[in-house]
Ligand binder design. Structure first.
Ligand code: ARG
Length: 587
């Protein structure tokens, strides 16, 4: 049982003893105090109930305090208009630390009703290498999947790659004009990118080429054998490149159900939508229009142009008969609900697709998929140091692989300057780990909706809110154990935990919040809450380490502090693992 729950139980008992009627016990809440000057936990129960019993809140708080039996656990004081503040006693903290240290999962709280969650993330458009923008979806998605799994949900990770769009018309056109087979074997993604770019440049200059590209796509969609063979080859080659990237990032998927997987479902789906009166023809195309159920302002099928609300339909079949992104996404909801029994589908996708998802969710509800919870987990833009969206000098989005290589180079400079490792091999491995994971941690430490500046030097620095700072803290907490006499680490026990120093108590207090922090991430899909929490743990650990000698202390104090070091290292390692970040054992 958590301390807030225990304390609210005690509060209810005291209120009952006082004869105060509590109409709704869920309103008797005890929360972690935001400001430590006001104790560790806080409740506004007296303020909530005072009016109904005709008392002044402070007077009621006094009466409650008189009745409370929490002497073993904490001190109680009254503040401001009638807040009850609870300050835990050192022994109570020691008990908490012991329970946490002895638990396998560090007291993560399993959810009461596990859900089947489909996580739709990463999903690059293939035949092009991944670019910097893909890092956000890929990393946030992986992190949310790990946290949901740890909390007891069933998670299905699906990479809904764009493997059927207009880019294939272009690549096929350029392929036929002259693919470089040697390059295709050597550096497949680069060669595909070259083909794509040459077609895209050519069709910008010449309308006729644009049409040729389009007709290559139509041929593919009609099952032309030559185009199908080229497409299959493209997919295989892209898949190789993507697998290598996901390996490097420590990301994995259960399924790769790309857009093309739904081809056969699209024509019947459009018929079904028409038959249900959800879609109708409009200028030769087929579109879904507003249900007119809500005010235009809240209606994703309306748009305000020059002060007037106009229809903003969702096109599901173009006038040339082709289906599109929207059609596929509706079919995907159907599949995930019917085949996978999804209770939730989370789409980790750029905020600029917000309008698409609002329409998709609305259509899905109208189609009868109203049991599934559909969520757009949106995120913002990565900026360059000039404050504009990050671009290369040539004006393109930087390729993810290049960015990671640069990060590793920057990390290597830090490693060469500071590391105690000897061999070049170890240093190279450490630089790879620090470089890649620093980019990931930077991503996760920002609120997903905020635009952040991509600054490699800052990310890999040992000081600051960075991954290397956390790694350094972790390595420090572990290195003590290598200096111990034989048998000590193996026989460590938390039975004699005793906390005396404020820095010790503070560290344990922070560590005890781990389970809550992990759960909190899912309230609004915010990995940054866990990331910032881990930074606080690292800071609390360093203060503890400065104030409280470990190896040089003796007897019970020494054992007690070793347990705290061990607990800290586990919280850091497990917490980072939930963020999909690996830790080094030595630096
Ligand atoms: N391939 C899309 C893009 O690059 C993202 C797909 C996201 N998932 C989805 N079900 N729409 O923009």
């Amino acid at each position: 049982m958590t301390i807030p729950k225990l304390l609210s139980g005690k509060l209810l008992a005291a209120l009952e003893a006082l004869g105060v009627e509590v109409p709704d016990s869920s309103r008797i809440q005890v929360a972690t105090a935001a400001d430590l000057r006001f104790g560790d936990f806080q409740s506004n129960a007296a303020m909530v109930l005072a009016k109904a019993v005709g008392k002044n809140p402070r007077a009621l708080a006094e009466e409650i305090t008189g009745e409370l039996s929490v002497d073993e656990l904490c001190e109680v004081s009254i503040a401001g208009p009638g807040f009850l503040n609870f300050t835990l006693k050192p022994d109570a903290w020691a008990d908490l630390a012991k329970a946490q240290w002895e638990s396998d999962d560090l007291l993560i709280q399993q959810v009461e009703t596990p859900q089947t969650i489909v996580l739709d993330f990463s999903a690059p458009n293939v035949a092009k290498p991944m670019h910097i923008g893909h890092i956000r979806s890929t990393i946030i998605g992986e992190c949310l999947s790990r946290i949901s799994t740890a909390l007891g949900h069933k998670v299905i990770k699906d990479n809904h790659i764009g493997d059927w769009g207009t880019q294939f018309g272009m690549v096929t056109w350029a392929w036929k004009k002259g693919v470089d087979e040697a390059q295709l074997e050597e550096a497949p993604l680069q060669e595909l990118l070259r083909l794509y770019r040459s077609a895209s440049d050519a069709s910008k200059e010449d309308e006729a080429i644009k049409d040729e590209c389009r007709s290559e796509l139509v041929k593919l969609q009609q099952g032309d054998p030559e185009n199908t063979a080229i497409w299959t080859r493209c997919l295989e080659l892209s898949r190789r490149g993507l697998d290598a990237m996901y390996d490097r990032l420590g990301v994995s998927f259960d399924h790769w159900m790309g857009e093309s997987a739904y081809n056969d479902a699209l024509a019947p789906l459009v018929e079904k939508l028409k038959a249900a009166d959800l879609a109708r023809e409009s200028d030769g195309a087929v579109c879904v229009f507003s249900s007119e159920a809500v005010k235009p302002k809240a209606d994703p099928f309306k748009i305000n142009r020059d002060g007037e609300w106009q229809d903003y339909p969702m096109m599901i079949q173009k006038s040339d008969g082709a289906f599109n992104y929207a059609t596929t996404d509706i079919a995907t909801v159907d599949f995930r609900v019917n085949e996978w029994q999804a209770d939730q589908i989370w789409y980790v996708v750029d905020f600029r697709q917000g309008g698409h998802f609002e329409q998709l969710f609305d259509v899905s509800t109208r189609l009868g998929f109203d049991q599934v919870n559909l969520v757009h987990v949106a995120f913002g833009t990565i900026l360059g140091k000039d404050g504009k969206p990050l671009k290369t000098r040539a004006g393109d989005l930087p390729q993810l692989n290049d960015v990671l290589n640069d990060a590793v180079k920057a990390a290597r400079a830090v490693v060469d300057g500071k590391s105690r490792l000897d061999s070049d091999e170890e240093k190279a491995a450490l630089a790879e780990l620090i470089g890649v994971n620093s980019v990931k941690f930077t991503e996760l430490s920002h609120h997903r909706m905020s635009d952040y500046v991509f600054d490699l030097e800052k990310m890999v620095a040992l000081e600051g809110d960075t991954a290397p700072y956390l790694f350094y803290s972790y390595v420090r907490s572990r290195s003590i154990f290598r200096k111990l006499e034989e048998g000590v680490a193996e026989n460590l026990s938390a039975d004699n935990l005793a906390l005396t120093e404020p820095a010790e108590i503070h560290l344990v207090r922070m560590l005890s919040r781990y389970g809550d922090q992990v759960s909190l991430v899912l309230d609004d899909y915010r990995p940054n809450l866990l990331a910032t929490y881990l930074l606080e743990i690292a800071r609390a650990f360093h203060s503890f380490f400065e104030a409280c000698p470990v190896l040089k202390s003796e007897g019970q104090t020494r054992e007690s502090r070793l347990v705290i070091c061990d607990l800290t290292s586990r919280v850091l390692r497990e917490g980072l693992n939930l963020l999909a970040i690996d830790v080094p054992e030595r630096m």
